[in-house]
Structure formats: C-alpha cells, structure tokens
Design a protein around this ligand. Structure first.
Ligand SMILES: Nc1ncnc2c1ncn2[C@@H]1O[C@H](COP(=O)(O)OP(=O)(O)O)[C@@H](O)[C@H]1O
Ligand SMILES: [Mg+2]
Length: 365
C-alpha cells in the first residue's frame, strides 16, 4: 500500500478536492483506495457523500487511544467499488488536547500504526490533511511515504511552501525514510497572464518536484463535491475529470519508479549508526504568545529553520513543541516570542551572549 499525504498548511489550495478526485480516478482504474479524512472539518467525508454527524465512529476512535477498541477496518465506509473512506468528525479537533501529555513519539505514530493493519487491503491510502501543521499533520507525515502538496496558482506564496518542504524533509530524516514530495499546481486559469506566469514560476522553483499534471479551475469540481461524488463518477468530459485522470496516471507511474529498497522501510531504526543526530525536544508554554520560534547556533540563528514545530492548546495556554535534530555537542539558543528574543524559561543553563543579553545552553550527548 502506498500512503500518500495531501498536505499544505494553507487552506483552500485544493487538498480535499485532490484527495477525493485522485481517489476517484485511481479506483476507477481498478486500484483499491482508502481516503483518510484527517481534517476535523470533515470536508472529504462530506465530499464523498457522508454526513459526519450521522456516524457513531470516526478516526478519533482509532487515534485517541493507544490500544483502540475498534480496528481501523471497522470504521471504514464503502463509498463505491474500490473506494473506501476513513471518516472524520469535529471531535478530531480535540485530539491534540487529549494526547498532549503523551511522549511525542507515541502520539505521532497513531495513524501509521492503524494503517499497518490495512496494509494488504488497499493499493493506496490518500490522507487529506487539515490546514495546519499540528499533531494530525504530523501523524499523516509519519504514516506517509509520499506527499502531494497542492499549490494554488491563483495566489501563490512561495515562502510558506518552502517552509513546508523543509519541515517535510526534516521529518523524513526523523522517521528514517524519505518522503517523496511533489508539488501539484491547482486552480489554474490559463486564460490569465497571472495564472500562466505563476505556473511558470512554480515550475522554475520546483523543477522535477513538480507534477507534469496541472489541475485547471473547473466549477464542476465544486459541484461534484456538493453532490458528494468524485467528479469522475459524474462526468467524463469535464476538465476536472481529465486533469485528475492525468494525475492518477502520473501517480501510478511514479509507483513503478519508486523502487522499494530497505531504506524505504517505515520502521524506525534508533540504532542507525551512520546518522549521529539526536532528536531534541523542547517545549515552550505561554498564555499570550501568537508565534514562538527557536533560533540558535544549530540553525544559524534563523528562527525555526530546520525545526519541526507542533502547536497545541493546553487550557488557556498554548504549548510549542520544537523538535531539533542535533549532532552531539554544545549549543546556544533563544526563543523568538512574537519577535522578541527570550531565554528558555525552563532551562537554568545560560551564558552571556556576544551581542548582549543571555542565551540558553544545551548539551547533546
Ligand atoms: N480545480 C478547481 N476548480 C474549481 N474549484 C476548485 C478546484 N479545486 C478546489 N476547488 C474548490 O475550492 C475550494 C477549496 O478547495 P479544497 O479542496 O476544499 O481545498 P483545501 O482542502 O486545501 O482547503 C472548494 O470549494 C473546492 O470545491
Ligand atoms: Mg480540505
């Protein structure tokens, strides 16, 4: 089973549309496909014609407990021949809170464990991620070996995407397998000069990381979602059907290129001798802050560069978990809290900074 996360922290770029319609086309070609709706807004669930409020079980049941009472298979719904759905519900938004106290490693491998159960039942699992980089997305990326990042060609923000790609690359290192990440231009309007220029810019920026397929703007896609069906099941002639069918062919071909090798094993190998990096997890709790980043000599003092962040609510406060990959040695760092540089309040070890003030000090063994 190929596990593909459809991911981008930006909303409205076509993640859900891609998950549903790629699944529709792949299953029409004879593949067995599971759509995993990991967004508490349940748009993929609705878009496949299922009312999340009428269900007595959804992915929350599977992810909330270390040993869930039900198996993933039991909550999956048959949508059509070869197409199943692991549904979402608004309760999924409570997951971060619920799992907050568990070690990062355990609360982020729930989905990957659940998908192992259905490994032989499907050819593809397509995970529709929420528009945030939190616990749910982290679970998706740990479970996935591939990621599709839809990019809206009508309002393209390169900055956000580069950050996402950095995050994905870092996480790939962490789980001991590379994520094959590819960018998919969506909502393309070739009639406007802006659209054409943006597509050219995306191709130039991402090169081989960009799919050849482009998803054009097509109102039939929105109508299909409203009718709760993949577009391919409604019309064969719409641009939306043609574009997602082309994407399905490209995705299927990619599967033959991605030669399986021992390095692709999703198993974590803590004793891997050739990577001397240690995972360092730091937590920062604050009631008023909006944005907390971390900068140190490990990332050239560029806030959050190469750092994986999880933001979670904890009562009134928010907690930022920062995951660093560091080789053994001594490091200095500070938090950047809404633009203000601060020492780590939980770390008594500090040293005078060359530029004034004090830096926190970290020893990695
Ligand atoms: N290629 C497209 N053409 C027209 N409308 C689209 C297209 N892709 C997505 N949409 C519409 O744009 C909105 C946002 O898309 P969606 O897939 O839900 O994005 P995301 O999941 O990233 O938030 C939805 O109303 C969807 O129907
Ligand atoms: Mg969505």
């Amino acid at each position: 089973m190929r596990v593909i996360a459809v991911v981008n922290q930006k909303g409205g770029c076509g993640k859900t549309t891609t998950a549903i319609n790629l699944a529709g086309c792949l299953s029409a070609d004879g593949a067995r496909v599971l759509v995993v709706d990991l967004d508490p807004q349940a748009h993929a669930t609705l878009g496949l014609g299922v009312d999340p409020d009428q269900l007595d079980a959804n992915l929350y049941e599977i992810l909330a407990e270390p040993n869930p009472r039900r198996a993933l298979r039991e909550i999956c719904l048959e949508i059509d021949a070869g197409l199943q759905l692991a549904p979402s519900g608004v309760v999924l938004s409570a997951l971060e809170q619920k799992l907050g106290a568990e070690p990062v490693d355990q609360r982020t491998n729930r989905l990957s464990r659940a998908l192992e159960e259905v490994q032989d039942d499907f050819d593809y699992a397509l995970i529709d991620c929420p528009p945030t980089v939190g616990l749910l997305t982290f679970n998706a990326l740990r479970a996935a070996t591939e990621a599709i990042v839809p990019l809206e060609t009508s309002s393209f923000a390169i900055h956000g995407v580069q950050k996402l790609l950095e995050t994905i690359a870092l996480l790939g290192e962490r789980v001991g397998h590379d994520l094959d990440v590819r960018v998919l231009p969506t909502l393309y309007d070739g009639r406007t000069r802006y659209g054409r220029e943006t597509l050219a810019q995306i191709r130039e920026t991402f090169g081989d990381l960009c799919f050849d397929s482009v998803i054009r703007h097509n109102v039939k896609l929105r109508e299909a979602a409203a009718r709760g069906r993949p577009i391919q099941r409604i019309t064969r002639r719409a641009n939306g059907t043609i574009d997602y069918a082309a994407l399905a062919v490209e995705v299927a071909l990619r599967g033959t290129e991605l030669a399986p090798s021992p390095a692709d094993s999703p198993q974590e190998d803590p004793a891997k001798p050739d990577i001397p990096y240690r995972e360092v997890v730091l937590r920062f709790r604050d009631e008023g802050a909006n944005e907390v980043r971390i900068a140190g000599d490990f990332n050239g003092w560029v806030p959050d560069k190469g750092v994986f962040s999880i933001v979670e609510a904890e009562g009134e406060a928010r907690v930022w978990t920062k995951i660093l990959q560091l080789a053994p040695g001594g490091y200095q760092y500070r938090y950047v809290v809404d633009g203000e540089w601060r020492e780590d309040p939980d770390n008594p070890e500090t040293t005078r900074s060359a530029v004034g003030g004090r830096n926190s000090v970290l020893q990695v063994r």
